[in-house]
Design a protein around this ligand. Structure first.
Ligand code: MN
Length: 375
């Protein structure tokens, strides 16, 4: 369970914003936002009245007990009734319950306004005569809150990164294993070390498959004299880590070592710019400059990184042309890569905290040791 004080301070901050905007009710239904504010994503809805305690609404036998174990807030249970004829069915909507309790609400904040269906459900139930309650978006406020991590959140992300690194270090890859076998083994090890699940499906790309930046694992067996790229991360108490290691199995030829060093230099150069106050496009531009000098720029075909936290990709990308500035306490990935058709790919990725003077990697191990598999 997240500490009560941590959740209370997030709820207080949300309520201060509601007060300023004259909002009397917030309804949170996206799992990530609910987890952030209430410590669980198992309920159907989090209700935050401006002048009362927050509470969750969960379905009987579908998350109500699990939610109660993880949140300090009250969990209201909704139980449907299915009789033996269609006439008897009572399947209450969570919005009926909320409308009944907070019928007087005039301004209601809802998250993920992109879901027009959700908005209509709320609008319909908060109608008095011809007038409906005003509905505003929670998204920007929750983005502002979630984008900078608290000390407590950084602690969870550090543990998530540590689980991924330790699992990777204990991995015994043998010639002849398939990509799928290696991925399964790595995910199993992360779970053994306390991960709830991988933060996304592990990518194991061998040989020419490393050309595919989002490779889907196959039954291909790894063999000596080829590239192995592994992109993975764990989820620990709701928080993601994300890292990629690329190696050469056997004795790496010059052509690999040169390119590996170029990508590593680009990554380290970017790290110096993952700091407070720097435009979000800057680390990406710096990484591209390094690759340009070595005539590899055309092969770096994705953004340098992305925001990361409760969601594996959250809020922004580090990419030339994008706006915004980095702030201390944000968490991002630093993952330059090059992909050469018919040859393969190299990507080196770490999860990084935006620091005052430079980026602080949470997943640092082994990237500077490309012949790791030879040991
Ligand atoms: Mn990533």
């Amino acid at each position: 369970m997240y500490p009560r004080s941590e959740l209370d301070s997030r709820i207080r901050r949300l309520k201060r914003w509601m007060g300023r905007r004259d909002i009397d009710l917030s309804l949170v239904n996206s799992p990530s936002n609910m987890l952030y504010l209430a410590g669980t994503a198992e309920a159907q809805l989090l209700v935050v009245p401006l002048d009362d305690d927050p509470y969750l609404v969960a379905r009987y036998a579908f998350g109500d007990e699990i939610a109660r174990e993880k949140t300090p807030y009250h969990v209201e249970v909704q139980k449907p009734f299915y009789g033996t004829s269609g006439k008897e069915v009572i399947n209450p909507s969570v919005y009926d319950l909320v409308a009944e309790r907070h019928g007087g609400a005039r301004r209601i904040a809802v998250d993920f306004l992109s879901s027009q269906e959700q908005v209509e459900k709320v609008r319909k139930r908060f109608k008095r005569g011809k007038k409906s309650a005003a509905i505003v978006s929670l998204d920007d406020q929750l983005r502002r809150m979630r984008i900078i991590k608290s000390e407590y959140e950084l602690g969870l992300m550090k543990e998530s990164a540590s689980i991924a690194m330790r699992a990777f270090e204990s991995l015994e890859i043998r010639i002849g294993m398939t990509e799928r076998e290696i991925a399964n083994m790595l995910e199993f090890k992360m779970k053994e070390l306390g991960a709830e699940e991988p933060s996304f499906p592990t990518i194991v790309a061998s040989g020419a498959n490393s050309f595919n930046a989002h490779h889907i694992n196959t039954e291909r067996r790894v063999s000596e004299g080829e590239i192995l790229l592994i992109d993975f991360g764990s989820k620990y108490m709701g928080y993601c880590s994300d890292m990629t290691r690329t190696f050469y199995i056997g004795s790496p030829p010059e052509g690999f070592l040169d390119k590996y060093e170029a990508v590593l230099n680009a990554q380290l150069r970017a790290l110096d710019f993952i700091r407070d106050g720097v435009p979000m496009e800057r680390p990406d531009i710096e990484a591209r400059k390094v690759l340009k000098e070595l005539d590899l720029l055309e092969y770096f075909v994705h953004s340098l990184g992305h925001g990361i936290g409760i969601d594996i990709h959250e809020f922004f990308r580090l990419l030339v042309g994008r706006g915004g500035r980095l702030q201390e306490g944000m968490t991002v990935t630093d993952e330059p890569g090059i992909y050469i058709r018919g040859w393969g790919g190299i990507r080196i990725e770490d999860t990084v905290v935006v620091g005052r003077n430079r980026g602080i990697p949470l997943t640092e191990k082994l990237s500077k040791d490309p012949d790791y598999l030879r040991r």
